[in-house]
Structures are given as C-alpha cells and as structure tokens.
Design a binder for this molecule. Structure first.
Ligand SMILES: Cc1cc2nc3c(=O)[nH]c(=O)nc-3n(C[C@H](O)[C@H](O)[C@H](O)COP(=O)(O)O)c2cc1C
Length: 229
C-alpha cells in the first residue's frame, strides 16, 4: 500500500491556515507578475468533481484593476443607471445571523464609527467596490453548465490561491458582494461567454490599518463537528 509521507513542515501549513485573514486595506505596491502567475499555476492542482476544473479566473492588475474599481464605484453611486442584481434570499438560523452581526459591528466601528446602520452599510459597500484599494483582483467565474454543487470546486480553488498568497506574504480578501455588478464586470473584462461570476479575490500587500487588526474568532470545534469513534 502506498504511504503518504508527511511533509517536513506540517506545522507551517497549520500556521498559514490560521494566519490567513481577510485584509480590507491594501497598499498600492504591486506583486511581481511571475509570482502571481506561479500562484495561479499551483492552484490548478485543486481537486474538482470529475477533474473538470470548472473555474475561470480573470486577473486584473494596476491600471486594469483601477478601471474595474472605477466602474464599480460609478455604478454603486448611480444605482438608477446601474441597478444592482439582488442575491438570492438566505434564511440562516439565529446563531449564524449573530456571527454575521458581530462581524459587521466590528467592521462598521473601523470605517463608519458613529453612523447609522444604513450609512455604515453603504460606507462598507463603497470600500468593497473600491476592492479595498488592492492593486490586483481575480474575478472567479463558474463555467457554463455547472450547478451550485460543482461550485464547491471554486471554493477549494480559492482557498488554495489564498493560502499560497499568505505563505508568500501576500494579503487577500474574498468578495462576493461585487457579484451584484456581475454584468458590468463582464463588460469591463470583455467577457462574452455565459460564465457566472461567483466571487472576486482582491490581493496585494497589506496596509497597516485598524480594519486589518480586527479580533477574529471561530465557533468551538464541537459546535460544527461531530466525531464518531
Ligand atoms: C464566499 C465568501 C464571500 C465573502 N465576501 C466578502 C465580501 O464581499 N466582502 C468582505 O469584506 N468580505 C467577504 N468575505 C470575507 C468574510 O467576511 C471572512 O472570510 C470572514 O469574516 C472570516 O474572517 P477571516 O477571513 O479574516 O478569517 C467573504 C468570504 C467568503 C468565503
């Protein structure tokens, strides 16, 4: 029977997973293009149903990133002209709603202290549409013909991208909020194929800032995981 040899540095992997966090303020310093390509090349080794690899990434950097950022901001401030598409309604249980509320409270306190809830939400959205100032953003689409179940593959792919970024000192933030302007993003990227935008990953080097220092938490293990021995 083939034996999987443990890697020399399992502790390092544990550290990279725990250390990765959503960064919401980036410096404008660009990541070397060779490193960016290497990260996306390695993420190709993510698992997928039937090895179909249904992810399609469009990575914008520098001026092309600025163009998309500007288009998103313009749309967000002219909702009459660019109506955002509404995401499907979700009905999570109360403990999930509570976790989301706790996160929003922290985020609002850093970008919109003293504002009303609606104002805070709008300000945070603006930061989202500014891609948090990142010099790079990957827009990750699902190929035509796949359903929600296959979209899990894109989650695995995204995590592999972000862990490699973390291990290389590059910060990142997944952003599903930008999907309300999926059509506009496709137009900006000259995409005419029937691809579905699932999320964006803004990335670059972290800017020191309160919003990047938020205390993070996770549910206790036994709240989410059951072991049968
Ligand atoms: C699919 C997905 C979509 C997300 N969308 C957004 C987003 O639009 N804007 C944002 O600021 N953070 C977004 N996040 C980041 C989450 O808020 C973050 O992962 C969560 O609060 C846990 O914090 P951590 O990533 O720092 O561990 C998203 C995360 C995931 C996995």
């Amino acid at each position: 029977m083939a034996v999987i040899e443990p890697l020399a540095a399992p502790k390092l992997l544990d550290e990279v997973i725990r250390q990765r966090r959503s960064t919401r303020h980036f410096s404008n310093r660009r990541v070397d293009q060779g490193l960016v390509e290497k990260i996306f090349q390695t993420a190709q080794w993510s698992p997928s149903v039937g090895n179909m690899q249904p992810w399609r990434s469009f990575v914008v950097s520098g001026a092309s990133c600025d163009r998309v950022r500007q288009a998103l901001l313009t749309a967000a401030n002219n909702t009459g002209q660019f109506p955002p598409s509404k995401p499907a309604l979700q009905k999570p249980g109360s403990q999930y709603v509570e976790r989301d509320r706790a996160l929003k409270k922290q985020l609002f306190s850093t970008v919109a202290a003293g504002k009303t809830s609606q104002q805070s939400q709008d300000i945070l959205m603006d930061h989202n549409f500014q891609l948090y100032g990142a010099p790079h953003c990957a827009f990750v689409f699902l190929e035509q013909g796949f359903n929600e179940r296959t979209s899990i593959d894109l989650g695995m792919y995204a995590q592999n991208l972000m862990l490699q970024m973390e291990a290389s000192g590059i910060a990142s933030c997944v952003q599903a909020e930008v999907c309300v302007y999926a059509d506009l993003i496709k137009q900006q990227l000259n995409i005419n194929e029937p691809l579905t935008l699932m999320f964006a990953i803004s990335f670059g080097y972290q800017q020191s800032s309160d919003i990047n220092q938020l205390k993070r938490s996770r549910a206790p293990l036994f709240e989410t995981t059951t072991f049968y021995n």
